[in-house]
Design a protein around this ligand. Structure first.
Ligand code: NAP
Length: 267
C-alpha cells in the first residue's frame, strides 16, 4: 500500500503539533513538509517540541511548498483567513485538503464546494474532528424531531478566535434541517444586558463561554412540557481530535467531492 503524502500547516499550534505527531506515527502516512508563516528553510526538528520529527522541511509559503514537494493531502490547522488561502491553493495544485480550521463563512464553503466540483477533487472540512462530538450533533438532530425548543451552549478555552464555535453552528444547521423555524422564548422578552440571550440562529439561541482551563465542550439543552434533555460532549485534550483527522485523511483520498462535517464520512 502506497503511503499518503501529507503536508501539515500550522505545525507549532496546539492542533497542528498533535497532527504532526499523529501523521508521523501512522504507518501508511508520510509527513512530507510543514507550512509555518514564521519559519522558512528550517527542518521541523528545529522547532520546539518537534525535535523527534526528522527530515521534514518547513516552508513559510504554501505555494512554494506545493511546488517543491509531492503531496496528496494538506492538513490545515491555522486561522480562518490563512486557512482559506491554503485550502484554495492546495486545490489549485490538485492536493486534497483536510481542514480543521474553523471560522470559514458560508460563502467560503460555497466557493470551495464549487472549486471541488470543477476540479473533481476531494476536500473535507470538519469543524469538529472528535468522534464523540459528531455523535453529539447526530443525537441532537434526532432529539430535535421531538423537542422543538433548544439552546446550545458551547464552552471553549479563552484563546479561541471565532465565536460561536464551528461545532455550535453545525449543530444549529443540523437541527434547523429537521425542525420548523421557531422563535423561542417569550415574544415580549427584553434583554436588560445586551447579548444576554446569546446569538439567534433560526430562532434557537447559541451561547459562547470562553474560559482558561477549558478545551472544547458543548451541551445542547432541549425542553418541552415537564421535561428537559441534555446532550453533552467534552474534549479534554487535542489528542481527542486526531482519530477523526486520521479517518478524514484516509477518506479524502477516496472522495472526489466537497464534504463538510465528519458525520458525512463516518459509516
Ligand atoms: P493555535 O494553537 O493558535 O494554532 C494556530 C497555528 O496557526 C499557530 O501555530 C499559528 O502561528 C499558525 N498560523 C497563523 N498564521 C499562519 C500562517 N499564515 N501560516 C501558517 N501558520 C499560521 O490554534 P489551535 O488551537 O491549534 O487551533 C487551530 C485551528 O483549529 C483553529 O481554527 C481552531 O478553531 C481549530 N480547531 C479545530 C478543531 C476541529 O476538531 N476541527 C478542534 C480544535 C481547534 P503563530 O503562533 O505564529 O500565530
Amino acid at each position: 500500500m502506497e503511503k499518503i503524502r501529507i503536508i501539515v500547516a500550522g505545525p507549532r499550534g496546539r492542533m497542528g503539533s498533535e497532527a504532526v505527531k499523529m501523521v508521523n506515527s501512522t504507518e501508511h502516512f508520510e509527513l512530507v513538509a510543514a507550512v509555518d508563516h514564521k519559519y522558512d528553510g528550517i527542518m521541523l526538528s528545529d522547532l520546539e517540541g518537534l525535535h523527534s520529527i526528522h527530515n521534514v522541511p518547513v516552508y513559510s509559503n504554501i505555494e512554494t511548498c506545493l511546488q517543491n514537494v509531492g503531496a496528496d493531502v494538506l492538513i490545515d490547522l491555522t486561522t480562518p483567513e490563512v486557512g482559506m488561502h491554503h485550502t484554495k491553493t492546495a486545490l489549485a495544485y490538485n492536493v486534497r485538503p483536510v481542514v480543521g480550521t474553523t471560522g470559514f463563512t458560508a460563502s467560503d464553503l460555497e466557493e470551495l464546494e464549487h472549486i471541488c466540483q470543477e476540479k473533481d477533487l476531494g476536500c473535507i472540512i470538519a469543524p469538529n474532528f472528535a468522534i464523540g462530538a459528531v455523535l453529539m450533533m447526530k443525537f441532537s438532530q434526532m432529539a430535535a424531531k421531538y423537542f422543538s425548543d433548544v439552546e446550545i451552549i458551547e464552552l471553549h478555552h479563552d484563546q479561541k478566535l471565532d465565536a460561536p464555535s464551528g461545532t455550535a453552528v453545525k449543530t444549529a444547521e443540523m437541527i434547523s434541517a429537521v425542525r420548523e423555524t421557531k422563535e423561542q422564548g417569550h415574544p415580549n422578552e427584553k434583554e436588560t444586558i445586551q447579548g444576554v440571550r446569546g446569538g439567534n440562529y433560526d430562532g434557537m439561541h447559541i451561547h459562547s463561554v470562553r474560559l482558561p482551563g477549558l478545551v472544547a465542550h458543548q451541551q445542547v439543552l432541549f425542553g418541552s412540557d415537564g421535561q428537559t434533555l441534555t446532550i453533552r460532549h467534552d474534549s479534554y485534550n487535542r489528542g481527542s481530535f486526531m482519530s477523526g483527522v486520521k479517518v478524514a485523511v484516509e477518506s479524502v483520498m477516496e472522495h472526489n467531492s466537497f464534504v463538510y462535517g465528519l458525520e458525512n464520512i463516518l459509516v
